[in-house]
Design a protein around this ligand. Structure first.
Ligand SMILES: Cc1cc2nc3c(=O)[nH]c(=O)nc-3n(C[C@H](O)[C@H](O)[C@H](O)COP(=O)(O)OP(=O)(O)OC[C@H]3O[C@@H](n4cnc5c(N)ncnc54)[C@H](O)[C@@H]3O)c2cc1C
Length: 478
């Protein structure tokens, strides 16, 4: 079997691998870049299921427009003209369950004052935040320790805990604040206070928006995520399909990486697939596999298998309910709701897809996606489908008053959903830095490194593409 030779082999065609390829095509147009993917399609966690007039996103539902590299990728590909922003009233209205009822998450300082989500004591505690002493730069804290110290128990329970289960499917007492929420950690380090830091950042953003003529008149200080929530009319599959489309035979699917050998300056890769084996020789190798997948690949040089294998990936189940007729007589517009752990319910939260974006359900109908499990309740994900569906129906009946039976139900299991940046993550990542140092030409990407959001993946992929481009330029003189 004669090996295929390439300048760059990218293994894993999720958003990380696809974005790295996209940027490399621009940075090093003469280089040969090939992608190898174990699945039968490109996109990894990103996919969209259309069922009649319903649209279900089993993985990510929205892009947060706060990454300059993601914006650039959308512009390069012409996708910027196709993005659909969340409806303004939906983007503004998010709910948190407290005492078995949905309560609006305050999105501005005046909203916080009148909010019934937090007690007066919690609001007074929040007012003390600017006077709380900053932690030493080398202190290692969990997110829970950090939030308790700065903002108090109620803010941890009713704002941060649900937010963390809605993003990481994680729990605040495991995640390392500096690794998982670096921007938050930096706010404290730079400004000595989250509130002062947030005001400073919001003013900077507002000034920039006014200068660029992009100001939408919204108040500078908001509690919600900065940046718009975006998708496409036909779902996020559009993003990965657009990146994969020009690849042609540079993308090989159905091939699992089995072993990697160092051969002088290059790497020899062995893949297994249903149609046989493949050998590839590459001078640059970018691996974008999930951390747990490294245990199944045989390397002839040392890799930190233990550190990679120790990164937890909790299970999550996404349950889609579609209704031809809206099941609530007078629905509130909103993005959805999240459930704090202290509320002890069987779901993590529900996205109101058809309220947030157009085209998710038939005219007059509704679409909701409910998430179950995560690090909080992994045992529930072992339930049979019927029991899970019944639990979701019951929760939506109690919390949203939905009585009717959904017309469409789709359930998607993620046995290992999202990497958790737990305590010790930075040490694990420094072993990866050392591996890259020891093996010139090897690059390790993937969402366990540098951020889990699609925007973070694209930003990190861009940085890596720049490094590979510079290395190629050095070796070819171009
Ligand atoms: C349920 C869920 C909801 C989410 N919601 C959001 C959201 O709303 N917004 C947001 O920004 N982010 C969200 N995320 C996070 C985001 O989707 C992911 O972090 C991101 O898509 C990961 O991209 P990736 O390329 O690093 O990994 P992946 O998408 O996992 O891609 C890795 C690829 O490597 C391939 N692979 C694995 N092993 C091998 C092998 N041995 N050989 C060859 N190929 C291999 C896999 O098949 C896969 O295609 C969500 C994630 C999940 C699971």
């Amino acid at each position: 079997m004669s090996p295929t030779t390439t300048d760059v082999a990218i293994v894993g065609a999720g958003i990380w691998g696809l974005a790295a390829d996209h940027f490399l095509q621009r940075l090093a147009p003469h280089a040969q870049v090939r992608l190898f993917e174990a699945g039968l399609r490109a996109g990894g966690a990103i996919s969209t299921i259309r069922q009649g007039d319903f649209l279900f996103e089993p993985g990510p539902n929205s892009l947060l427009d706060n990454s300059p590299e993601l914006r650039r990728l959308l512009e390069d590909t012409g996708l910027a003209a196709q993005v659909v922003a969340a409806r303004p009233e939906a983007a503004k209205n998010r709910f948190i369950v407290r005492g078995g009822r949905l309560r609006p998450l305050p999105m501005s300082p005046p909203g916080l004052l009148t909010s019934d989500l937090f007690s007066l004591g919690a609001k007074l505690r929040l007012a003390r935040e600017p006077f709380v002493r900053r932690a030493a730069a080398d202190a290692e804290e969990t997110l829970a320790q950090f939030v308790l110290r700065r903002l108090g128990r109620e803010f941890l329970d009713y704002a941060v805990d649900p937010f963390v289960s809605g993003t990481f499917a994680g729990v605040p007492d495991e995640l390392c604040v500096r690794s998982a929420f670096r921007r938050l950690w930096e706010l404290e380090q730079t400004h000595g206070s989250l509130i002062r830091g947030a005001i400073h950042k919001a003013r900077e953003r507002k000034k920039a928006a006014i200068a660029s003529g992009d100001d939408d008149g919204a108040p500078a200080v908001q509690a919600g995520p900065s940046g718009k929530m975006l998708t496409f009319a036909d779902g996020l599959q559009r993003l990965v399909a657009t990146l994969a489309e020009p690849l042609g035979d540079r993308l090989a699917t159905g091939l699992s990486l089995r072993s990697v050998r160092r051969t002088g300056e290059a790497f020899e890769l062995h893949f297994d697939g249903e149609t046989g084996r493949k050998i590839v020789t590459a001078t640059n190798l970018l691996l974008t596999l999930p951390a747990h997948a490294y245990a199944e690949v045989d390397f002839d040089f040392d890799i930190p298998t233990q550190a990679l294998g120790d990164i937890p990936y909790p299970p999550v189940i996404a349950v889609f309910f579609g209704y031809n007729k809206h099941p609530i007589a007078d629905p509130t517009a909103g993005f959805g709701f999240l459930v704090p752990r202290v509320e002890q319910r069987r779901i993590l939260g529900t996205l109101w897809n058809s309220s947030a974006y157009p085209g998710r359900a038939p005219e007059g109908g509704a679409a909701f996606t409910t998430y179950i499990g995560g690090r909080r309740q992994p045992e529930i994900t072992e339930w049979e489908d019927d029991r899970l569906i019944e639990a979701v129906r019951d929760e939506l009946q109690q919390l949203m008053g939905i009585e009717s039976t959904p017309d469409e139900i789709i359930l998607r299991r993620w046995p290992r959903a999202i990497p958790q940046y737990v305590m010790g993550h930075r040490t694990a990542m420094s072993t990866i830095d050392a591996l890259e140092e020891a093996q010139p030409g090897l690059h390790i990407g993937g969402n366990f490194r540098g951020g889990i959001s699609v925007g973070d993946c694209v930003s990190r992929a861009h940085e890596t593409a720049q490094r590979i481009g510079a290395r190629l330029a050095r070796s070819t003189g171009r």
